[in-house]
Write a protein that binds this ligand. Sequence first.
Ligand SMILES: NC(=O)C1=CN([C@@H]2O[C@H](COP(=O)(O)OP(=O)(O)OC[C@H]3O[C@@H](n4cnc5c(N)ncnc54)[C@H](O)[C@@H]3O)[C@@H](O)[C@H]2O)[C@H](O)CC1
Ligand SMILES: [K+]
Length: 482
Amino acid sequence: MQRADQNALREGISLRSLVDEAGRAVAAEISSRFPNAKRVAVLVGPGNNGRDALVAARYLREEKRSADLFGTANRHDEIAPLQVFHGGKYDLVLDGLWGAGLSRDVEGDAEDVLRKAEDSGRPIVSIDIPSGVDGGNGQIRGYAPKVDLTVTFVRRKPGHCLLPGRDHCGTIVVAPIGLSETAMKEAAEPFEPVFANEPSLWLHHAATPLTAHHKYDRGHAVVFSGGMSRTGAARLAALSALRGGAGLVTVFSPASALLVNAQHLTGIMLKRCEDGDLDVLLEDKRLNAFVLGPGFGIGDRAKAMALTVLKAGRRLVLDADGLTSFRDHASRLFEAARQCSDSEPQLVLTPHDGEFARLFPDLAGDLRLSKVDRARHASRRSNAIVVLKGADTVIAAPDGRAAINATGTPWLATAGTGDVLAGLVAAQLAQKRPSFEAACLAVWMHGKAAEHFGPGLISEDLPHCLPAVHREIVSLAMDNAH
Ligand SMILES: NC(=O)C1=CN([C@@H]2O[C@H](COP(=O)(O)OP(=O)(O)OC[C@H]3O[C@@H](n4cnc5c(N)ncnc54)[C@H](O)[C@@H]3O)[C@@H](O)[C@H]2O)[C@H](O)CC1
Ligand SMILES: [K+]
């Protein structure tokens, strides 16, 4: 039995009542979303996922729907073998083969029946998770159908949020089933707790500026520019930091690139920053969040400047060239992050898979680890918030918290969007939000900005979509307050 169930039993809730609640919730979702589904085929597995299915079938029948049972185990006489299932006869297929207990590949008759269900074109509803999706890491074991609706319990599991699993789940509904958060929190089983990156995670830290506030209350972000021919990325990050809510933004530029930068900056300030200048510039304590990496160039200069910023106790987003510069000296970076972090990590790393592999080659190469595991281990090791980017970006904190993001569109896969994200994270850090929540909020906003723009997006469009995203956050906060 899973630990969540054991805790539930301690709380006086029996496994039987959990299964009953689970099955009832599944039937209720089918009734409300598929009112015309009169003939339901129910696929019944050997464990508790199958038990949930049997309960759902009972409730569906009470509503005068037919529910024919097909199963792997001879639990009772009414369950026909999987081989006799014929999809065309039914209005809907309920998948209760495997859930959290999936422990090997789906193959043979089970694979055939799931393929037949998909080929029939009828809606498929999965209990807990589509059979064949590993709830712990979102990987497909053997075969898994792409379903229309997944009804899961208490909270989303990693497999609902990580790709490719996420693409198999269809709409996801979370039913509470009477299992308290405490019971779930104590239960490290079946999967380590992980959050979907949703507003409830950070909304209480996303206060919007009041008119009485001074611009310095919203912090002063700084972006390091690269040399004369590589300045665009820094300006993109700077614009995104300003649109993201930082009160002021300055670009620190080498002397050679001052003129180019000056020609393109208006609301953003510009300062000369040669190697010897940084210590002096850092005497202005109002400069509180830095971005180093976009277009900066790889090498000792990037390393030295990043370490100087951390040593001065400032918050730093390290991206792109900034990350790659530490490929052979990762431990120096991690040690600097450890020394400057008190209760809050001061460093945020924003790698894509390639950059991640340069800093954490052993983690990147360990195929047993899920994306969440990789980000979590990396975060602990580096004493930094790790934002492991992709269509299912994972944000992890050294204390073990992890969130998986779902906002965004495929159009984000275009040059420069990473620079925008780095600026957006700095904006949230500049506004003194806690580091994990700051990174989660920035990643969410970045995806939302892309959603607001729609098709044809290029990175320059993203900052201009941020006002709409701010409005959305304000309206969420107001709904929350009522
Ligand atoms: N704790 C909760 O939140 C609740 C979960 N409920 C439901 O229970 C399932 C998990 O049940 P469990 O019995 O642990 O596992 P499964 O039903 O998923 O299957 C286990 C069963 O299947 C065998 N098996 C595993 N993989 C395969 C395979 N590929 N081929 C063949 N057989 C396989 C394995 O050996 C076991 O015998 C959860 O998903 C929820 O739906 C409760 O109802 C409410 C509380
Ligand atoms: K299932």
